[in-house]
Ligand binder design. Structure first.
Ligand code: ADP
Ligand code: GLC
Length: 497
């Protein structure tokens, strides 16, 4: 293996800033690549919410960022990904990143997101030039970094970065980053890039589409999602671009951080557990969870957990619709954690009021509680309409909590359908995105819980025995980087005769 220099540029990195699973991926894949011998570095914005503790040090040299009409500067903070030597750089810039949030404030998406993230892309590349560290590959993630491959192909083509290949990963095709044309000038891109086979979409700039056209290679976060997005039904208007680039697109399943998500070492659980101590460990977590969310403390009742962004994509409106029917007919409790859509937040609050002791809701973001829900629930509910990969169902299986998922995207690739007759499978899957389909599947899980506890125990143990580490996928990324480098540099010269 040839060790590569790999630059990650992302708006989110766990444990520094996280909105969703993108952060988990960018916080864990670089460590797995470093363990394979690659030189990986990560750049993200120093949002106002970033805790610059003693692990961070400021670089003395200011970083010039070529955007807009006059010079802009960033201050660069340096640290490492915890538990590794992977360098991380956070770019501080008062106007764009001093606010604490990543994408949106109380009044919705920030109106200058195009400029903010163009700044991130150019800042990350200028930092490489300043460090004299020229990556073989720049790995960009989602719409915020879509202009990075364009910069490498155009404005920076005749700099030392002209040989740098790019890999662009689609974590979610739904969010495309539409912007005014102004971002082309702001990012110092040639005006000629404002055309449909580059950055333009229906008269605006589509930053995700720009990345799809320009990156040397493309990936997405599961093999099934890689197929879905090439169809009109799953392509969010960009399926034609993905079919056009199909030869350069691969689906690589996300791994998980098996140290952060390990029930045997989890400090958020009252009594960490492994396969042998599953029953006692889970019982302790269940009691703690019930107390924490104001549920009746009852070791015998089936508890269903949810940890999710409350967004249309996640299909939680199906759960909101099915919930009263489930609660009226089945002996169950629900433990819900999430935030987002105000209508959904309200319906779950109402459910908690209407069914005291049986529905517990925490609206907000709470990492410790998310671990306790994984440990203390009997089942994990994830009725996603679309799911590029999904990480929480993998966390659930690792915690002996069989997931109930809709058959879509990465959920198909990670959850095998439970078959009682064959004693196989790791969770419960359903196909229709409807409340009755979810209701029936919850009923199936509930019947398994009460009537066939031995089957259920085996189902839990099968989930815990799965390997969700980066072991395989990090090697697939390394291979993809190799292809990208070859494609960027052209075929190697034949050996001299
Ligand atoms: P997505 O990225 O689409 O939100 P994933 O399943 O890939 O879905 O990742 C979601 C990540 O965010 C998981 O690590 C999950 O535990 C975490 N998460 C989601 N909502 C919350 C919340 N309200 N509090 C704490 N963690 C959350
Ligand atoms: C996105 C997707 C999710 C995926 C995550 C990490 O947020 O919605 O399915 O797991 O990115 O790749």
């Amino acid at each position: 293996m040839v060790p590569l220099k790999i630059l990650f540029v992302s708006p989110e990195v766990e444990p520094f800033v996280k909105v969703g699973g993108l952060a988990d991926m960018v916080g864990s894949l670089p460590k797995a690549l470093a363990a394979l011998g690659h030189d990986v570095r990560v750049v993200f914005p120093a949002y106002g919410s970033l805790r610059l503790d003693s692990s961070w040090r400021a670089r003395s040299e200011p970083l010039g960022v070529d955007v807009g009409p006059e010079a802009r500067w960033a201050r660069t903070w340096e640290s490492v990904l915890p538990g590794s030597k992977v360098p991380v750089y956070a770019l501080e810039h008062e106007e764009f990143f001093a606010r604490p949030e990543v994408y949106a404030g109380p009044w919705g998406n920030f109106a200058d997101n195009d400029l903010r993230f163009a700044f991130l892309c150019r800042g990350a590349l200028n930092l490489c030039l300043q460090l004299g560290w020229i990556p073989d590959v720049a790995h960009a993630h989602d719409w915020t970094t879509g202009l990075l491959p364009v910069l490498l192909n155009t404005t920076l083509r005749n700099t030392p970065l002209g040989r740098t290949a790019s890999v662009f990963t689609i974590h979610n095709l739904e969010h495309q980053g539409y912007s005014h044309r102004r971002v082309i000038d702001f990012a110092h891109l040639p005006p000629s890039e404002f055309r449909p086979d580059s950055t333009e979409s229906v008269g605006a700039v589509n930053m995700l589409k720009a990345g799809l056209y320009h990156a040397t290679k493309l990936s997405t976060v599961s093999p099934t999602y890689a197929e879905e997005i090439k169809t009109p039904a799953g392509g969010f208007g960009l399926d034609h671009v993905l079919r056009f680039r199909a030869g350069d697109l691969v689906g690589i399943l996300n791994g998980i951080d098996t140290a952060a998500w390990n029930p045997a070492m989890d400090k958020h659980l009252p009594r960490p557990y492994d396969q042998r101590s599953l029953e006692v460990g889970k019982a302790a977590s269940k009691a703690a969870l019930q107390q924490r969310l104001g549920l009746d403390v009852d070791p015998h009742i089936a508890v269903f957990g949810v940890v999710s962004r409350f967004a249309h994509q996640k299909g939680l409106d199906l759960l909101a619709e099915a919930l009263p029917h489930i609660l009226d007919r089945m002996h169950v409790q629900f433990a819900l954690l999430g935030a987002g859509d105000p209508g959904l937040e309200q319906s779950f609050r109402w459910a908690a009021e209407a069914y005291p002791g049986r529905v517990g809701v925490h609206v907000g973001y709470d990492n410790a509680l998310s671990h306790l829900i994984q440990g203390g629930s009997d089942f994990f509910v994830m009725p996603s309409r679309a799911e590029p990969c999904g990480l929480t169902q993998m966390y659930a299986m690792r915690y002996g909590t069989p997931p109930i998922v809709r058959s879509t995207g990465g959920l198909i690739d990670t959850v095998a359908q439970f078959s009682e007759g064959e004693h196989s499978g790791t969770g419960f899957r359903f196909t229709d995105a409807t409340a009755p389909a979810l209701y029936n599947t919850v009923g199936w899980a509930c019947a398994t819980y009460y009537d066939r506890p031995d089957e259920l125990l085996n189902l839990r143990l099968r989930g815990m025995a799965q390997d969700f580490s980066w072991h395989v996928s990090a090697r697939q990324y390394a291979e993809l980087y190799g292809w990208a480098v070859d494609a960027r540099r052209g075929p190697a010269a034949p050996p001299a005769a």
